[in-house]
Write a protein that binds this ligand. Structure first.
Ligand code: SF4
Length: 307
């Protein structure tokens, strides 16, 4: 017998403007070039349903754990290459042109503006500390601006020793706002000469703030999103840091186990910026039916793949 009474929709949640734009661009590429091989360099967004939906349009997502965008590019011999919302280093664009490949760039404008800012400080002789997740494509692109003058700061590791007088500090757009605030404080103490620009994007910030502002009566949070999505992982982390007792991360309704909500009366549902609407809708529709006391099967709430 469920104890669930209320299901709150956390707003905003799900696709951000950068993801919308990237998916629309990929669909447009297919419409304009119906016969061309189209390859996405990496995953357009970190969500398997989006990747599967694009595959149905004949668009290949080329990714391999541990391989850089430059290494992936070497395996593409023809057609059109789509750059993901995470951006790429300048070397990737140079190589794509040199190999005679057409490109379409879905780099998010927020990622692009951070890269432009970094480039302006590099041009003025600064060293850069960049806070980001090692192995994630966005830091890979940012570090590619000048590998010898940009140091990646892994939030889980101690700060490195840097001797530069001209120091600029910035970050990946999708980090936890709480982590970034703590690291930036530590950097200010260690490097008082540093110029700092927190580049966490507004979509990430708003989704995280919505979790932080949840009413005290919420005793569980469900985050819908792919395990590889950084902004999805950060939402779960923020909910745990906020002290919410039960935090459940699932990729879609199939993974939801109602027993994990035993004793829970109010659950809030959020989703990462790379999670498509249909995956969120199937979770909320099911939970609302359960909260209303209806005797329902999960299978009745599964929705067809759509991007
Ligand atoms: S999460 Fe932010 S930076 Fe990333 S695509 Fe969305 S809006 Fe752009």
């Amino acid at each position: 017998m469920t104890t669930l009474k209320t299901v709150l929709d956390v707003i905003p949640r799900g696709f951000c403007k950068g993801v919308f734009k990237a998916i629309e661009l990929a669909k447009k590429a297919r419409q304009e070039h119906p016969d061309l091989p189209i390859t996405i360099l990496g995953e357009l967004v970190h969500n398997q349903s989006v990747i599967d939906g694009l595959a149905q349009l004949g668009i290949t997502s080329l990714d391999s754990k541990g391989k850089t965008r430059l290494e992936l590019l070497e395996t593409i011999s023809e057609g059109l290459v789509i750059i993901t919302a995470h951006g790429v280093s300048p070397q990737v664009m140079v190589q794509a042109r040199a190999r005679g490949l057409m490109t379409m760039d879905a780099t998010c404008e927020d990622v692009y503006s951070t890269q432009q800012l970094m480039q302006s400080y590099l041009d003025n002789g600064y060293e850069i500390l960049y806070i980001g997740q090692p192995g994630h494509p966005e830091p890979e692109a940012a570090l590619g601006l000048s590998p010898s003058r940009i140091t990646l700061i892994d939030p889980t590791q101690p700060l490195p020793q840097i001797y530069a007088q001209k120091l600029f500090v910035t970050n990946q757009t999708t980090m936890s706002t709480l982590d970034i605030a703590a690291i930036l404080d530590a950097i200010k103490q260690r490097y008082p000469q540093a110029i700092i620009s927190d580049e966490t994007c507004s979509a990430t910030r708003m989704r995280q703030e919505a979790i932080l502002k949840l009413p005290a009566l919420v005793d569980a949070v469900i985050i819908v999103g792919d395990k590889r999505s950084n902004n999805t992982a950060m939402l779960a982390k923020i909910a745990r840091n906020r002290g919410i007792k039960t935090v459940i991360a699932i990729q879609r309704l199939t993974e939801l186990n109602l027993e994990e909500l035993d004793g829970v009366e109010t659950v809030a549902v959020s989703a990462g910026a790379s999670t498509p609407r249909f995956l969120i809708d199937e979770v909320t529709s099911y939970l609302k039916a359960v909260a209303a006391g209806r005797n329902v099967d999960k299978e009745d709430f599964y929705l067809p793949l759509s991007v």
